[in-house]
Design a protein around this ligand. Structure first.
Ligand SMILES: *Cc1c(COP(=O)(O)O)cnc(C)c1O
Length: 357
């Protein structure tokens, strides 16, 4: 499929943020976007890269009422030699289609997904920030735009991609965060949509997040929806716990997201001398193991923060510190290695980097 490039009028060109330390996350968007449409009778059509601008949508659109939508998140990095690198974008293409399948949205051919992103990023490359820790965040999305109030899969959908220059996730340095184990609300249940990157999962998590923030916690750690006993994941991060040199994470059993960063940690760990285990983690055992000193570190993994050290966990009003509130050795090693590969400072032995032509 060819992408039509719609000219960018001078009045749609924005001023770039000069001070890259002020970028934050997801606040600024580039000049252009990718848009491709799909209709039941036609399949995919009208692939175009056009000025970034609002959609005009019918208030009856399926996405507004029944949340038939999915998204992805990945990053582009500008290397010191000028090349533009994407990190394992094929994984995002595949996961996008798994989410699509669950939400009765059409599959996007991998080639369309990857080539569309590459062309858009290439056209917008002036927007990729270069300061330490910065990158261009890529947000592929699909929304159901058929105007119809019956509950059924939409016959008309938009696949679009927008780009956001983002800052170092840790503006105040790579510091441990405080996490609250959620024992009232649940995020996902077996058979539900927990494994899909779909808006409803995040809408239903807002309340718990807000209550945790009021108590001084940055995020909530979800327990399984059936027994509220086994560790699942954090808002947009998978979780890891270090038992000495063994790194343990919850298995992909259908209700947690299969993170690209999670998979990368699992593959990288053995090359750094660590063992990995994917097994159910009982929250009571976890707390006992933290207290006894068997668990020495905890960290989250996700595209936005890459690796996020956890300094405090709170469960049923009991707050407990990890690694003495500092960043653990394994956590730092993972962060340095992953970001090193992504930015071209370390060799990519896995073939994870894909350059934008
Ligand atoms: C996106 C996301 C993750 C992390 O996935 P990555 O591919 O590593 O960015 C983990 N959990 C949830 C719920 C997510 O939405």
């Amino acid at each position: 499929m060819d992408f039509k490039i719609v000219p960018l009028p001078a009045d749609k060109m924005k001023t770039k943020i000069a001070d890259q330390s002020q970028l934050g996350f997801g606040k600024y968007f580039t000049d252009r976007m990718l848009l491709v449409e799909w209709q039941k009778e036609r399949g995919w059509y009208d692939a175009r890269i056009k000025p970034y601008e609002p959609f005009t949508l019918d208030p009856a659109c399926v996405v507004f009422h029944y949340a038939q939508e999915i998204f992805e998140g990945l990053k582009a990095y500008k290397w010191a030699d000028g090349r533009i690198a994407l990190f394992r974008p094929e994984m995002n293409a595949r996961r996008f289609n798994q989410s699509a399948e669950r939400m009765c949205l059409p599959e996007v051919p991998e080639e369309l997904f990857l080539k569309g992103i590459e062309q858009l990023v290439s056209l917008e490359q002036e927007w990729i920030p270069t300061a330490e820790g910065t990158s261009l965040y890529i947000r592929p999305t699909m929304i159901a735009v058929e105007p119809f109030l019956g509950v059924h899969p939409s016959s008309h959908n938009y696949f679009y991609v927008i780009l956001s220059p983002v800052g170092a996730y840790y503006s105040a340095g790579f510091n441990p965060i405080k996490i609250m184990v959620e024992d009232k609300y649940v995020r996902a249940v077996p058979g539900g949509t927990g494994e899909a990157k779909t808006g409803g999962n995040y809408a239903s998590s807002l309340k718990a997040g807000e209550e945790a923030q009021k108590k001084g916690y940055a995020q909530v750690l979800w327990l399984d929806g059936r027994e509220r006993r086994f560790i699942e994941e954090v808002g947009a991060m998978n979780m890891f716990f270090a038992y000495g040199d063994t790194i343990v994470t919850a298995p992909l059993a259908g209700s947690i997201l299969s993170g690209v960063t999670r998979d990368s940690v699992l593959k990288l760990a053995p090359t750094l001398g660590y063992k990995v285990e994917e097994r159910p983690i009982d929250v009571n055992e976890l707390f006992a193991d933290i207290k006894s000193g068997r668990v020495t570190e905890a960290f989250g993994s996700g595209t936005a923060a890459v690796i996020s050290p956890v300094g405090t966990l709170c469960y049923k009003n009991e707050a407990i510190q990890l690694t003495g509130g500092t960043v653990g050795e394994i956590t730092r090693k993972m962060y340095d290695t992953l970001t090193g590969i992504q930015t071209g400072k370390l060799q990519d032995d896995f073939g994870w980097v894909r350059f934008v032509a």
